[in-house]
Design a protein around this ligand. Structure first.
Ligand SMILES: [Cu+2]
Length: 444
């Protein structure tokens, strides 16, 4: 019964067939965040239309996509000057099928907003652009075509002078192919939740002309919105330059006075240490220890409860690790059903991750990051990551992570009877928090 219900759910995220796109996966310094996909990423809860565009310029969905005003559980930590990479997928639940249909030509940009709290509003004022590109007349390429070349991966560098705190980073892909006076472009936007760890503290002062409200920053009759790629570009002679959407990018200036000298670390919204396996923003935790059949059944029940919670939180990027978790529950299940109860089965959890669709590209805004010659702390754009005083290796699970969990040793000792003993009471089912915590310590 249970397996049947889960299979039904599992099938539903494969039904997206349109040639659109969705931001599913965040990388920090070339390392995929979390396991499965979608850790620290806000995705639509409408699985069947998850890669559909937003067309209403005045909708709150313009900020972080459908359901994007609701935060997800965690903020991924990134050091000052870290590289963020956003992976877009044509088919959100299946990697490697491309970025977007090639007919979908238009500009690409990345915006950011500092949040005053974990659940501060995404929609509204406070957004600024980090980088953007429209139509490159010299190369005769739209920004979307360049992102097709990088397999749907868009990288930017976090400006080194950005004060520490919680941020939304918002990639924006726009398709202009349908634009007419009556039809607005298609917007494919999403948000990554990131805590920027930095020794720079204090206010973020964005010049008013570079600080925008989303929605509100674009109007239907803006030249950037109503541009007709066929009339103005393909069939015009000479071609009409594309006026880029939105404000000019903002790069906060380095200010040595703003640096406290001490790196501010994350204190809320972190991925808990107790997480054994992640799928997007769900995590499985250790089930209670047991040493008899009753306890075994309780552990199985708890295991399935967690698996059901994983499926209930299913995101468009899929539930591959919900399956992994459910498979482990099946192991437990079979074990309890055994004629001779033999204690918990061996512990083996292996995250089921897609590899990146291609090499992680360089940051597109690299040359916009200013050099600060007055401070030795921020040595300049090419060295920022390597010599930053901020640790940028605060990473939950490297990718591909498939071997890491597997390498965690099996649980021992296995109890051989149902009687209480000091040895058997230490035995746990297949979900071992301590070992995972140790493993994570070793990785960082
Ligand atoms: Cu489309």
């Amino acid at each position: 019964m249970k397996s049947f219900a889960i299979l039904g759910l599992a099938a539903s995220w494969f039904t997206v067939v349109q040639a659109h796109t969705l931001f599913t996966t965040l990388y920090i310094n070339d390392v995929k965040q979390g396991q499965g996909d979608g850790t620290c990423v806000r995705q639509s809860k409408d699985l069947a239309h998850s890669n559909s565009p937003i067309r209403n310029l005045l909708s709150d969905d313009m900020a972080c996509g459908v359901n994007g005003t609701t935060p997800v559980n965690w903020f991924c930590p990134a050091g000052a000057g870290a590289k963020l990479t956003f992976e877009y997928r044509l088919n959100p639940g299946q990697a490697g099928q491309g970025f977007i249909d090639k007919s979908h030509k238009g500009p690409v940009a990345v915006y950011a907003k500092r949040l005053s709290s974990l659940d501060a509003a995404a929609a509204g004022p406070g957004w600024f652009k980090l980088w953007g590109e429209g139509y490159d007349m010299e190369a005769d390429k739209w920004a979307t075509e360049k992102i097709i070349d990088t397999n749907g991966l868009i990288s930017i560098q976090i400006p080194t002078a950005l004060p520490a705190g919680n941020y939304l980073f918002r990639p924006e892909v726009v398709a202009m192919h349908n634009v007419t006076p009556e039809v607005e472009p298609q917007f494919y936007v999403g948000c990554a939740q990131v805590f920027v760890e930095s020794s720079v503290t204090g206010d973020l002062d964005i010049p008013s002309e570079k600080s925008v409200s989303i929605p509100g920053y674009l109007q239907a009759n803006d030249p950037s919105v109503s541009y007709n790629i066929y009339k103005d570009e393909e069939y015009a002679d000479p071609k009409k330059p594309y006026p880029m959407m939105g404000p000019e990018p903002f790069v906060p200036a380095a200010n040595s006075k703003a640096s406290s000298g001490k790196v501010v670390h994350q204190t809320e919204g972190e991925i808990p240490d107790s997480c054994l396996l992640l799928n997007a923003n769900w995590c499985g935790v250790e089930v209670p220890s047991y040493n008899n059949l009753t306890g075994c059944w309780d552990a199985v029940k708890e295991c399935w409860n967690q698996a059901n919670a994983c499926w209930a939180e299913l995101v468009p990027s899929g539930g591959r690790n919900c399956e992994v978790w459910g498979d482990k529950c099946k192991d437990l299940d079979a074990h309890c059903s055994a004629k001779d109860f033999n204690g918990p089965p061996a512990y083996k959890l292996k995250s089921n991750d897609y590899p990146a669709p291609g090499p992680i590209p360089a940051a597109l805004n690299a040359e916009a990051v200013p050099q600060d010659t007055s401070s030795s702390e921020v040595p300049g754009k090419t060295q920022v990551i390597a010599t930053s005083p901020v640790s940028v290796t605060v990473v939950v699970v490297p990718t591909p992570s498939s071997t890491l969990l597997e390498s965690i040793p099996d649980f021992t000792p296995r109890p051989t009877s149902t009687t209480q003993s000091s040895q058997t009471s230490k035995s746990k089912p297949n979900c071992g928090g301590q070992r995972r915590r140790e493993a994570r310590r070793n990785w960082s």
